[in-house]
Design a protein around this ligand. Structure first.
Ligand code: IPT
Length: 957
């Protein structure tokens, strides 16, 4: 009997690989030639690692019958499913946990590319050529012209191979065998789609004799003297020049000159050059000094406040294969939304992304490609990061990140990885990193005692705990007590939300130790799908998956900002603009860490009934960081009973690289004169007919008391409504406690309330309808009285709700709903806008007159859920009706019911009916962030208690 060992032992080997060159600094270009091998490649996918032998790598192999795919790319996202499909799990390994073994079913993609050297390339006999892979998931072996050049793991770190001895002028055959699963997969258990493939660039580099190997740009800034010190250490000696600074020195030689420092707000970069005997490499140098001083993260002597996001690389069609324009789009969107920091969750990004961060200005926490979260299922037993056999792989990943990215001024913190428990391997990584680069800080969230780290970092801590940490009342080890605090993840942006951002921001800004936070996360990882619109976990028939937990970003998959991003922009704006309560004075505060306000122009305007009266310039002055000023505003116009507000905006005074002149950076508003009270004299009385009752412009069903028409407009099903389609944050995370209200509401039966009619009373001046609204099986209910009055032309509805029984849950919403004809396709309102807002997500709702189609009033959360409410609405008009609220109300309208919204799994499940359903809410429960964090703060609860609210209806022509 013979045992066949697999031909692919390297796949299940803890080793990081063999054959690769030592890691080194990455640079975008040089005068040495390079050839992109991106483009169309031949592909054959087999079911196991060893189903096919390696003869495809040999010269003359005919791959003519193979499919063609794009590199960079993931094969499961190409070929319409012919090559398998994506798999989404959060932290569970999608294979049995038996490290370092992986399943026999191990999709393996054999890739082939034939290429010639371009005209004018040096003769192959001249030696130095290197083949670089920037990212391959998860393990690969490569051959050039039939010769094995090595194998490697570490999906999101680069690998280079010397291939000079193998190249020929034409007909080079590059063969790459890529395995979806490998020992490396155990280190790559990030919460995202599992997507095999050569998903970053493949490049052939000419390395002339005397060309640059590794080099380290040390560029510090002394904020006392205003001078920068530059020293470029290089493995190959040469000269360094920076013309704008008159610098021309030897490598290894330090030089100190006056400079403009680099910060995320003022990303001053100096063009330079490193010239060795064989190569000229352009440098982009940013002078800045990062330090831990006085228990704070300081850059150039000042503490900074991170207003950050976690960014996974994502494109709805190409997965983690991103082109430059997509990366730039991310950076521009971030800058335009006042974001100043990125954590590259949870792996080093495509190198070009860091070039953009240097250029446009973003603080970066560069995170290593390491997560072993699935081991939590076995209490972290056998965790690779605490098993010395794996340490070489961990150190290899750390080195490949640090060496690649060390010359980026934007990178201020190295992160060891994410959710990998604790262990000796992490300590070894931290030690290696500190030894190699002591000019940056080290981060790792899992290190609760901060043995290996310079920052106390947590995720999803509740507001009250963060406040205690800010006050230094959290205890912890002696070392931790000396350290600054960040939330490397907070505000889970899944579906509608996150709520509570403004409350966090107030806490961060009140305590020096709190140096900001990073929203989880930047983008929804929805995959474009022909039937479903965007697919999420489970849509590819995965046997194990985590549903739409992969859609928790501030931007939708198409990078359109979600309301969460608009809210975040407002909450973190670098200029605070607020009234002093008198209506006549604006207080402006500079909340930047470094910049004054001279790059901004201020303008103010008054608005009457939500309509602006014309903008004028406001002189604010440069104002240093942290300073405030108060400015008297000119008197506002007489609103003649209409409401008057002022709005002050801070706009970019000039074009910047990230936004044009006139872009709004910050704004504030204050009401100068309130609107006149909404009064309707009850001068008309109900007139009873045979089946109908008429009251002013309203016609009612005499039996049920329900309105049939108002001002000639058909109105259906008007009644109390307390149900909303639970949001992801209402539903909470499966591991959360008993305050998952989305779940409790449903078990309580709030989605199936019954309306019992207790009486219709037609009095002298009012039509009164008494009801009790309650779910089957429960004693608790809502005694609800609808009281209709009219002055002959307008109709006023006063709804009084008195809970009875034992209410142990808050209400999702409270208000009325009714149906209008489908022709009611457009709405106009005076209130918060232009986008949606909820009690704890309303910072960005600006008071004004807004309008939009019913379609535009929907927020397209990938998993349908409550959305689209407009806040603080004074009046709204749609379908021939005008509705005034007393007090202000929440307004939403959709072409389906809340129940249909609730039942839908994808947006494509929602089909417009022949009714536009309108909700006018007196209250909404807060949103919170409980899909992975705290629920709404108690002050945003909509508790069941007696309430009364009114709407005045009138017809409009
Ligand atoms: C946290 C993870 O770090 C992140 O990758 C993502 O999964 C996020 O949660 C939820 O979307 S870990 C969690 C245990 C708090």
């Amino acid at each position: 009997m013979t045992f066949r060992t697999t031909a692919a032992d390297y796949v299940e080997n803890v080793s990081p690989g063999s054959g690769a060159l030592p890691p080194r600094a990455r640079y975008a270009s040089s005068d040495a030639k390079s050839l992109s091998l991106n483009g169309s490649w031949r592909l054959r996918v087999s079911a196991t690692a060893d189903a096919e032998d390696d003869s495809f790598a040999e010269d003359g192999y005919d791959a003519g019958g193979w499919a063609e795919v794009a590199v960079p790319g993931h094969w499961v996202l190409q070929g319409d499913g012919a090559f398998g499909s994506p798999v989404y799990t959060n932290h569970l390994y999608p294979f049995p946990v038996d490290p370092p073994r992986v399943p026999t079913e191990n999709p393996t993609g054999d890739h082939l590319k034939v290429f010639d050297l371009p005209e004018g390339w040096p003769d192959v006999s001249e030696g130095g050529f290197v083949l670089r892979f920037d990212g391959v998931e998860s393990c690969a072996r490569a051959w050039l012209n039939g010769r094995d050049i090595g194998e490697f793991k570490g999906s999101r770190v680069p690998h280079e191979f010397a291939v000079g001895h193998l190249l020929r002028p034409t007909g080079n055959v590059l063969a790459v065998r890529v395995h979806q699963w490998s020992a490396g997969s155990y280190l790559e258990d990030q919460d995202q789609w599992w997507l095999p493939g050569i998903f970053r660039d493949v490049t052939l580099l000419h390395r002339p004799a005397g060309s640059v190997l590794d080099f380290f740009v040390h560029a510090s800034y002394d904020h006392v003297t205003g001078e920068g010190t530059l020293r470029v250490d290089s493995d190959v000696d040469g000269r360094v020049s920076v013309p704008a600074l008159d610098i021309d020195v030897e490598t290894g030689e330090a030089v100190t000159v006056p400079v403009e420092p680099w910060t995320a707000e003022t990303p001053a970069l100096y063009d330079g050059e490193l010239v060795t005997e064989g190569e000229r490499v352009p440098l982009r140098i940013g002078f800045r000094t990062v330090e831990l001083a006085d228990g704070l993260i300081k850059v150039n002597g000042r503490p900074i406040l991170f207003k950050g996001v976690n960014r996974h690389e994502w494109h709805p069609e190409t997965g983690r294969a991103l082109d430059l324009e997509t990366m730039r789009a991310d950076v521009l969107l971030m800058k335009r939304h006042n974001i100043n920091a990125v954590r590259t969750s949870h792996y080093p990004p495509h190198p070009a992304f860091l070039d953009l961060c240097d250029e446009y200005g973003l603080w970066v926490i560069d995170e290593c490609d390491l997560e072993t979260h699935g081991f939590v299922e076995q209490d972290w037993r056998d965790n690779p990061v605490d098993d010395d056999r794996w340490t070489p792989a961990l150190l290899d990943r750390a080195a490949r990140m640090v060496e690649r990215d060390k010359n980026h001024p934007s990178v201020v913190i190295w992160s060891l990885g994410n959710e990998a428990g604790t262990g000796r391997g992490l300590t070894a990584m931290a030690e290696w990193i500190r030894d190699r680069d002591d000019s940056r800080l080290v981060h790792y969230e899992g290190d609760i005692d901060c043995r290996d780290t310079d920052v106390y970092s947590r995720m999803y801590a509740f507001h009250d705990e963060v406040e205690r940490i800010g006050k230094g009342l959290d205890g912890g080890t002696h070392r931790r007590r000396q350290l600054p605090f960040i939330l490397c993840e907070y505000a889970h942006a899944m579906g509608n939300g996150p709520g509570g951002l403004a409350d966090y921001q107030r806490i961060f800004e009140a305590h020096e130790r709190l140096q900001g936070a990073f929203v989880w996360e930047w983008i929804d990882h929805g995959i474009k799908h022909p039937e479903l619109g965007y697919a999420y976990g489970g849509d590819f028939g995965e046997e194990l998956h985590d549903g739409n937990f992969v859609c928790d970003g501030l931007v939708f998959p198409d990078r359109k900002p979600s309301p969460g991003l608009v809210e975040y922009k407002k909450v973190i704006e670098p200029v605070r603009i607020a009234g002093d309560g008198t209506g006549g004075t604006v207080r402006v505060t500079n909340a930047y860490d470094f910049s004054d306000l001279s790059h901004l122009a201020f303008e103010f305007s008054h608005q009457v009934d939500g309509l602006p009266t014309g903008a004028r310039e406001l002189t604010v002055g440069p104002l240093a960081p942290g300073q405030s000023t108060e400015i008297k505003l000119p008197a506002g116009p007489d609103g003649h009973g209409a409401e008057v507000q002022w709005t002050v905006r801070a706009l970019l005074a000039e074009d910047t690289p990230w936004a044009p002149q006139g872009h709004t950076v910050a704004w504030g508003q204050e009401t100068v004169a309130p609107r006149a009270p909404v009064t309707v004299a009850a001068s008309a009385g109900p007139v009873a007919g045979e089946r109908l009752i008429t009251l002013g412009p309203g016609v009612f069903d005499a039996r049920t008391g329900e309105p049939r028409t108002i001002g000639g407009v058909d109105v259906t099903g008007l009644r109390l409504d307390v149900w909303r389609a639970p949001t992801d944050n209402d539903d909470g995370a499966s591991w959360q406690d008993d305050t998952r209200y989305g779940v409790l509401w449903r078990s309580y039966g709030l989605h199936r309330m019954r309306h019992r009619l207790d009486g219709v009373e037609s009095g002298d001046d009012a039509l009164t309808v008494r009801t009790r609204v309650a779910p089957a099986a429960r004693e608790a209910g809502l005694r609800t009285v609808y009281r209709w009055t009219s002055d002959g032309t307008r109709l006023k509805l006063t709804v009084s709700v008195r809970p009875d029984g034992n209410w142990t849950v808050p209400l999702p919403r409270i208000g009325i709903r009714f149906g209008l004809a489908s022709s009611a396709g457009h709405a106009q309102w005076f209130g918060g806008g232009p986008g949606e807002a909820y009690p704890d997500t309303g910072a960005a709702a600006m008071l004004g007159q807004w309008d939009g189609s019913i379609e535009e009033m929907q927020t397209p959360y990938l998993r349908p859920q409550e959305n689209g409410a407009r806040a603080d609405v004074r009046w709204a008009e749609l379908g021939g009706l005008r509705i005034e609220g007393d007090p202000e109300f929440w307004f939403s309208a959709r072409r389906w019911t809340n129940e249909q919204l609730d039942a839908a799994r994808h947006l494509t499940d929602l089909t417009p009916g022949d009714t536009v359903w309108v909700n006018l809410d007196h209250g909404q429960h807060g949103i919170g962030s409980q899909s992975c964090g705290p629920g709404p703060l108690p002050r945003y609860f909509l508790n069941a208690e007696p309430v009364e609210f009114s709407f005045v209806f009138s017809g409009i022509d």
